[in-house]
Structure formats: structure tokens, C-alpha cells
Write a protein that binds this ligand. Sequence first.
Ligand SMILES: Cc1cc2nc3c(=O)[nH]c(=O)nc-3n(C[C@H](O)[C@H](O)[C@H](O)COP(=O)(O)OP(=O)(O)OC[C@H]3O[C@@H](n4cnc5c(N)ncnc54)[C@H](O)[C@@H]3O)c2cc1C
Length: 484
Amino acid sequence: MDVSTKRASTNGSVEHFDAIVIGGGPGGSTLATILAMRGHKILLLERESFPRYQIGESLLPSTTGAIGHLLGITDELARAGFPIKRGGSWYWGRRKETWTFDFTQSEVPGVVNAYQVERAKFDEILLRNAARKGVDVRERHPVTAILQEDGRVVGVRYGTPDGGTREARARIVADASGHSSPFHRIVGERVVADFFRNVSLFGYFRGGQRMPEPNDGNILVVSMEKGWVWYIPLAPDLTSVGVVMPQQNAAILKKGHEQAMNELLDGCPLIKGMLEGVPRVTEGIYGQYRVRKDWSYCNSKFWKPGMVLVGDTACFVDPLFSSGVHLSTYAALLAARSIHTTLLGEVDEAACFTEYERRYRAEYMIFYRFLQFFYDSNNDQEDYFRAAHEVLGDEKYEEDRQAFVRLVAGFGTGPDVQALAGASAPPSETKRIPLDAVFGIPSWLDVTSASGLGAKGPYLPGADALSISADGFRWVAQRPAESA
Ligand SMILES: Cc1cc2nc3c(=O)[nH]c(=O)nc-3n(C[C@H](O)[C@H](O)[C@H](O)COP(=O)(O)OP(=O)(O)OC[C@H]3O[C@@H](n4cnc5c(N)ncnc54)[C@H](O)[C@@H]3O)c2cc1C
């Protein structure tokens, strides 16, 4: 596909928006909704018709609590019947035993749990909410090209369900179209991480044993000789099971997915026992085994004039700590702040998106560095907790475990966690939501590096760093103490 077109057509039927969002996954829906709630005219173009299948079912409290609250969907999520994820249970490390953490150990006010979700249902809730909040949502409208003029992105070309082609223009185009997006190339180069060159095979079973209450909704992660296995309860009669293995073990896939999964689970007696006598789902959206590989990457740049990358199109680390949807929705919040400020004309676009990229990279690198350590399964829990504390580089945690839980709940970068106090309160659009939160900057990361992976060093917000406004939705050019 030719993803980039130099000039927009001069056809009079071209529509105009403040911003165009490509993709209606969690990143795109979150970004579009926040911008529409700030009064902007937003077009969201989604290739599929929802509900549609997606992987990424185990969520973090930062998404279901903080972002959900911001979007006004916490009640709807609570009513949807998703299993409550109190935390995680891990058979991992030198000691051959299962250990469990729960999100309350993060001691972040208001953070109690998250959900395990069928993404078809969860993503649809976010997309319909976007439409209710004023976003012009168009499904079955694939974007086919990015329009540029004089080095600036000015709009998109897209298809319509009747086979037609249209163009739309906006001040900012946000690409949130996921890992298969070709559009990230317009902004920079996708750098693949050698460390996480894994392959995953996953499918669904009609039930299966649950862990004893109250941990029956937890994700169970089990390491084994050939890799590791996730076991996610999605409903009483539905369990998501996936094996993640290094590429050198992936030759087993040549035997066919069914046989490969059977042989891999033979090497994991704990999960095999929980699935004893439980048939695999063989029809509908869960009726096939799927394979994903080479998922760990980071784009060399996250923005260019007129365009920003949000979510999997920009970067992804690894499924081990279920950080994908968190990173995508957190990036959406940062991008919304940048676009809102740019549209108001208060701070110039380059400064806004530079701040966006720094903070997004910081959160990405926290997971990246912690996962590098965690993949050495020959340590004890205490070593992992200590590593989390070191990665966060923050002396304030009394216990290493608290640092670990805060990191894996998606709150690792937030120095001012008071902001979360209202996370589980009833949604209210008029309430002021001080979101810095949730999301500050760790002191040791050299997140200013555009080269991305592996960068490390002290990060000191320079004279050009932006702070967050008191209402949480704009950047301001002062230091935090002086914020408006
Ligand atoms: C094996 C594996 C397991 C994972 N497990 C987890 C997990 O347990 N928890 C977790 O949080 N994350 C997990 N993830 C990651 C998770 O899947 C992603 O991080 C998350 O879905 C990213 O959200 P997004 O909004 O950026 O993109 P997506 O969810 O991919 O949404 C992108 C949307 O854009 C649309 N689109 C694509 N192209 C176009 C186009 N040209 N025009 C218009 N629309 C378009 C797509 O149809 C899609 O709806 C896992 C990933 C893998 C590979």
C-alpha cells in the first residue's frame, strides 16, 4: 500500500476536522473521546465493524480505573460482567511455587483491581462511548493514505463501505491503528528489540479450573522449560490460554497448531491439569489458534509535524506484564493533552509533542527494563521486587513489593498518586480530574533519546519541559509549582 500521498486533492467534498484518529482500539477511542470532551471536532476512522476480535485481555488498574474514570465508563465496565482481576499469580522464579500479588499492595488510593476482558466487548464499550461523547465514529472506513503538504501531514484518504474513496483534513492526524499499521513509517523507523524476539501460540477453552477465591479472576502465569504460559479466565465457560516461547523453540509450530499446543502443555503440568477434560473452543471468534511474533519494537520517532503515533503503532514491549493496553491508553491521554494544547494555540506543537514523546518513552522503558530482568526466571520473588524498585529509581517505597505492584499496575511513574483518589468514584464529566498522576517521570531515564531502546541515564526536565495544567488536560510551560 502506498501509505503516503504528497498532496490532498482540491476536491470540494473534502471534510475538515480538528483532529483525525485512525483506529478504534483502546488507544484511538481514548484519545478521540478525551478530545471530543474538550469540545473538539474529531473524526475516528476504523477499518473493522465492531465487535471485532483482538488479543490483549488482561488489563491493568491504570486503564480500567484511572482512564475508565476519565472516560466516564467505570459503571459500564462494572456492569459488563468482566471477571475481577485482583492481581496476578505466578509460577515463576527459582523457588518452585506459585506466588500471588494483589493490586491493593500498590497502596495507590482508589486502586483495588482491574478486569479480564473479552476485547471484542471491551473495545466496543470504548468505541460506543466515544460516539456518545461526540466523536464522529465511522466503522468499515479503512485509511489508505496519509496526505502531506510541504513536509506536514494535513489529512487522510480513506475507503467507504460502498467502495468509494474520500479525503478528510485536520490540524493533527493521530495514527492509533495498531501493530500492523504501515503509517508509522511516515514518522520514523520501527526498531525491533532482539531481547524479546518471542513467538506466541494462543487459543480458547470452554472453561477450566479456577484458582481458589478470592484469586479466581487473577491471571495465572507459569514458566516452563520451553517458555511460559498465560491462563486468563474470561468467563465461567471461557479461558484464554497462550504459550510464549523464544524463536528458537518455535519450530514446533510446523507440526500444526493443535499438536504444537498439546505438546507444549505437556511441558506445563499445572495448566494441563487445570484444563483436564475441557474442550477447546472451535467456532466463532475464539474458534481458531492464532500465532503472533516479533512484537517488541519502538519507533525511532513518535511524531512529525501534523501527525502523532499512539499505542501499538508506536511501540510495544511484551505481553508478560499485560502492559499493552495500559501503554496505549496512557499514550492516548498524553497525546490528547498535546493535541488539545496545540489546538488552543497555547504552546507550540513541537514542544507539546516532544513532551509527549519523552513521557511515553519513559513509561515504555520502565516496562522494557523491568521485563529484561524478569525474563531471567532464575531469581526469587524478592529479587524481582528489588529490581522493580531499582527500575522506578524512587526511594520513597518502604517495601520493594510495593514498588513492584505499583509498576505492574501501571502506576510506576506517578509521584503524585493522590490524583487517583477518585478513580473508583462514580463518573462525572464536570469533576476536575488532576491526572498527572498517575503519570509522572522517573528520574533516571534518558527519555530524551530519540533512538529509543536501551537508553539510560539521568532525566532532568530541562528548561523546555512542560508541566500539566491543574485541570489535567493541557501542557503549560511552567514548572509544577507554578502550574495554572
Ligand atoms: C500475544 C500477545 C498477548 C497480549 N496480551 C495482552 C494482555 O494480556 N494485556 C494487554 O494489555 N495487552 C496485551 N497485548 C497487547 C495488546 O494487544 C495491544 O497492546 C493493544 O491492543 C494495543 O491497542 P491499540 O489501541 O494501540 O491498537 P489495537 O488494539 O490493535 O487497535 C487498532 C485498531 O485500528 C484498526 N485499524 C488498523 N488499520 C486501520 C486502518 N488502515 N484504518 C482504520 N483503522 C485501522 C484496527 O482494526 C483496530 O481496531 C498482547 C499482545 C500480544 C501480541
